[in-house]
Design a protein around this ligand. Structure first.
Ligand SMILES: *Cc1c(COP(=O)(O)O)cnc(C)c1O
Length: 423
C-alpha cells in the first residue's frame, strides 16, 4: 500500500481518517504521514521514507522504537499465552519495580491513562463522600466524561463540557481553574472546599505544550486540598519515569498518582497508585467497583518490565544530555532567525512555542502563532523530521537519539524557522 492508498482507505473507515484525533494533522494541515514501522530514533512511512521521530508515540517510546529487549520480552510473553483472566507473575514483578521506584504503597493496573484518572476520581469521591472535582485549564487527563470540561466564564463557576455527548449534570461536577494561580484555588476552596472530593493536576502540564509550574502554586496545591479534607491526584501519565526513575518529584504530597505510557513499554496501559488505605477502597477489598478483561495483560507487563529495566540512573543522565543538546540547538536557531519563539524543556520533554516567552498557563499558550507552527511542521517533515502535529503537543527525546539525529533536527529547524516566519 502507498501512503495515499492508506489515507484514502482510512478516510472511509475511520472518522476523520484516524483512530485518535491529533493523528489527522488537522491542526497543521497537509496529509498525515502513515507510519509502517519504527527502528530506534526513526520511523518509516509506507513508502519507506525515513523520519527522525520526536513524537515518541506521544510519550511511551522512551527507549526508541522496537528496542530489542522489549521486543524479545513481548515475543516470549506472547509465546506463553496472552489472555488468562487470572493473576500472574509479570504483574507482580512490574508492580514491585514501580513501587520500589515511586514509593506508591499499592497499585492497580488498567488499560489506559483514561481509565487510571477515571478510577482515581471514583476512589476520591468514595473516600470523601463528596462529588466535586477541580481540574486546571489546559491539563488533559484522558477522555472520560467528567474530565472533558473547560471553564465557564468566571473562575469559581462549574464547568461546561468541551465535548458533545457529555451531560451537563456530569460536566457540572467539575470546576476548571487557571493553572499557576494559587489565588484562584484559594477562592475555590473558600467557597466550595467542603464539597470538593479532589484536585487533579498534571505534575508538569504537557498537553498544551509544557507549562512550568510555579513553586508557590505547587505549595498551595499540596496544602490547601488537604486542609479542606480533599485529595490531591497527581497525573504522572507523561511524567512518570520520563524525568527520572520513578515519579517526577513535583508533587510529593499527592494522595493518588496515575501512571501510563512509559510503564507499558509501548503497549496500552494505565495504573493508579498511592496510599494503601485509598487503594483498599477498590473492589473486591472495598466498595469502589473497577475491573478489566485485559488489565495487567502479560504482554503489556513484559514490555513494561523490559522498559523499566533499561531505565537506569545513567540512562536518565544521557537522556538529559541529549535533550539539552536539542534545546541549545533550537534556542540558537530561534535567536539566529530572530523568531518570536521560545523553548521549554524538562528532561527529555520539550516544547517549541511560537510565542516570544514561554506561557505560564493555557490562556497564554493559546496566544501561540499556530499558523507559523503549521508551516514549521510542514517544513520539518519535508526535511525528514517528524515532530508532534500540533503546537500543543510535546516533543519527546528517546535513548535511541544520538548526536547525529539531534544535529540533523537542529539544522532542519534553522531552515524551517525561516520558512515558517512571515517574510
Ligand atoms: C496521555 C494522557 C492521559 C490519557 O492516557 P490514555 O492512555 O491516552 O488514555 C491522561 N493524562 C495525561 C497527562 C496524559 O498525557
Amino acid at each position: 500500500m502507498t501512503n495515499q492508498s492508506i489515507r484514502e482507505a482510512a478516510a472511509g473507515l475511520f472518522p476523520g481518517g484516524v483512530n485518535s484525533p491529533v493523528r489527522s494533522y488537522r491542526s497543521v494541515g497537509g496529509d498525515p504521514v502513515p507510519i509502517a514501522r519504527g527502528q530506534g530514533p526513526f520511523v518509516f512511512d509506507a513508502e519507506e521514507n525515513r523520519y527522525i521521530d520526536f513524537v515518541g508515540g506521544f510519550g511511551p517510546a522512551i527507549l526508541g522504537h522496537a528496542h530489542p529487549a522489549v521486543t524479545a520480552a513481548i515475543s516470549l510473553a506472547a509465546a506463553e499465552g496472552l489472555a488468562f483472566g487470572a493473576l500472574g507473575p509479570r504483574e507482580v514483578a512490574l508492580a514491585e519495580s514501580i513501587r520500589e521506584a515511586t514509593g506508591l504503597e499499592r497499585l492497580r493496573f488498567l488499560n489506559s491513562g483514561t481509565e487510571a484518572t477515571m478510577t482515581a476520581i471514583r476512589i476520591a469521591r468514595a473516600a470523601t463522600g463528596r462529588d466535586l472535582i477541580v481540574k486546571f485549564d489546559g491539563c488533559y487527563h484522558g477522555h472520560s466524561d467528567g474530565l472533558l470540561v473547560k471553564a465557564g466564564s468566571g473562575v469559581a463557576t462549574l464547568g461546561m463540557s468541551d465535548s458533545a455527548g457529555v451531560p451537563q449534570a456530569v460536566a457540572g461536577l467539575t470546576a476548571v481553574l487557571p493553572y499557576n494561580d494559587p489565588a484562584a484555588l484559594m477562592r475555590w476552596f473558600d467557597a466550595r472546599g467542603a464539597e470538593t472530593a479532589a484536585v487533579i493536576v498534571e505534575s508538569i502540564p504537557a498537553n498544551v505544550g509544557i507549562l512550568a509550574p510555579d513553586p508557590e502554586f505547587l505549595e498551595t496545591l499540596q496544602s490547601l486540598p488537604r486542609a479542606h479534607g480533599a485529595l490531591l491526584i497527581a497525573d504522572e501519565i507523561i511524567t512518570g519515569f520520563r524525568l527520572r526513575r520513578g515519579l517526577s518529584g513535583v508533587l510529593p504530597a499527592a494522595d493518588l498518582v496515575t501512571l501510563g505510557k512509559i510503564i507499558g513499554g509501548g503497549l496500552p496501559v494505565g495504573a493508579v497508585g498511592g496510599r494503601a488505605d485509598l487503594l483498599g477502597l477498590l473492589a473486591p477489598e472495598g466498595p469502589v467497583y473497577q475491573a478489566g478483561t485485559f488489565s495487567a495483560n502479560p504482554a503489556v507487563m513484559a514490555a513494561g518490565l523490559a522498559t523499566l529495566e533499561a531505565l537506569t540512573p545513567a540512562a536518565y543522565q544521557r537522556l538529559d544530555q541529549v535533550a539539552r543538546h536539542l534545546e541549545n540547538g533550537l534556542q540558537a536557531a530561534v535567536k539566529r532567525a530572530g523568531a518570536p519563539a521560545s523553548v521549554v524543556r524538562f528532561g527529555s520533554m520539550l516544547s517549541l512555542f511560537f510565542r516570544p516567552a514561554p506561557p505560564r498557563d493555557y490562556a497564554e499558550a493559546r496566544e501561540a502563532d499556530t499558523a507559523a507552527f503549521a508551516r514549521f511542521h510542514r517544513a520539518m517533515r519535508q526535511r525528514g523530521i517528524l515532530i508532534p502535529p500540533s503546537q500543543f503537543e510535546t516533543w519527546f527525546v528517546s535513548l535511541a537519539h544520538n548526536e547525529p539525529e539531534i544535529d540533523a533536527a537542529v539544522r532542519a529547524a534553522a531552515e524551517a524557522l525561516r520558512e515558517a516566519l512571515p517574510a
